[in-house]
Design a protein around this ligand. Structure first.
Ligand SMILES: C[S@@+](CC[C@H](N)C(=O)[O-])C[C@H]1O[C@@H](n2cnc3c(N)ncnc32)[C@H](O)[C@@H]1O
Length: 273
């Protein structure tokens, strides 16, 4: 989860709260995510039903769990390098599934850059995890692995974010019932397009800094599209989020040919095999 020089320090730090539970509450929306993937596949593949989903960089595998809950034919696999979040997911998310759902999910310790990724109808890379690959040839290698692993008519769904505000050093805060979540954009280097981000939590009056931290390259939509096409995806579509009455995102993503110069935006890029 944390890919900076302090990662071992952060990992062994004793915290008075469950960091994955707070992360899940503040950042993830796996129920909505899987609904979008299913709708997207059925729309693009004209009603055909996907069966298998692979969640790359799965952490605790929250998306894989929601996928098997959505339909009794669904199967999922989650890949991650790190046993800690996967063990957390097994103990907290998978254990809460019904036995037949548990039988249809597997979290596997595997580097997505290694070959022979498990086959799938849909592969997803969510919460911008692939931003940790900073070199074009490395990201291309990952995309190539995904392309090879997808079944006939498979889709690769990635999320991506940007906007002028994400280049500013600002800290955004959201209050939740028992804690406050902070998304801290620490810096951005226009020469390398690299940026550092941190997630902090305030819990029982004390702020815990860098519970999760990210050292990323800010990839753009055209860069991602071009790389997907280079590894063989026949088409690449972009899904842009609609706005609510206050001008914020409404969680509804529609296919588009053009975006808007928003302060901050999130979109999906879909590679079609
Ligand atoms: C930002 S977390 C994403 C967690 C989850 N996907 C989510 O939606 O919040 C990134 C995860 O990617 C994993 N990771 C980093 N490099 C990887 C690699 N080469 N192969 C597989 N997993 C990797 C990390 O261990 C970490 O759990």
């Amino acid at each position: 989860m944390k890919k900076n020089k302090n990662s071992s320090l952060i990992k062994t730090r004793k915290l008075p709260f469950d960091k994955y539970a707070l992360y899940n509450q503040a950042v993830q929306s796996p129920e909505d995510d899987v609904e979008f993937y299913l709708k997207c596949y059925k729309t693009i593949r004209k009603g055909k039903k996907p069966i298998t989903l692979r969640e790359d960089f799965c952490g605790g595998g929250a998306i894989s769990c929601e996928w098997v809950k959505l339909d009794k034919t669904h199967k999922s696999s989650g890949l991650d390098l790190d046993s800690e979040p996967m063990d957390y997911g097994r103990a907290n998310y998978i254990s809460a599934l019904k036995p037949d759902q548990q039988d249809r999910i597997a979290l596997i310790k595997k580097d997505v850059l290694s070959g022979n990724l498990p086959t799938a109808d849909i592969a997803v890379a969510i919460n911008f995890s692939y931003f940790l690959f900073k070199k074009r040839e490395i990201l291309k290698k990952y995309f190539d692995n995904v392309h090879q692993s997808l079944n006939h008519k498979g889709l690769f769904i990635l999320d991506i974010f940007g906007g002028s505000q994400c280049y500013d050093a600002i800290e955004d805060k959201t209050k939740h019932k028992n804690f406050t979540y902070y998304w801290d954009q620490k810096n951005f280097d226009p020469v390398t397009s690299e940026a550092d981000f941190g997630i902090h939590f305030r819990y029982k009056g004390k702020k815990y800094e860098d519970v999760f931290s990210y050292d990323w390259r800010m990839w753009s939509i055209p860069e991602v599209k071009e790389l997907l096409q280079e590894v063989g995806f026949q088409d690449v579509q972009v899904y842009w989020e609609g706005t609510d009455r206050k001008g914020g995102g409404n969680g509804i993503f529609k296919q588009t040919q053009e975006g808007e110069a928003c302060l901050s935006w999130i979109a999906y890029v879909v590679g079609i095999k």
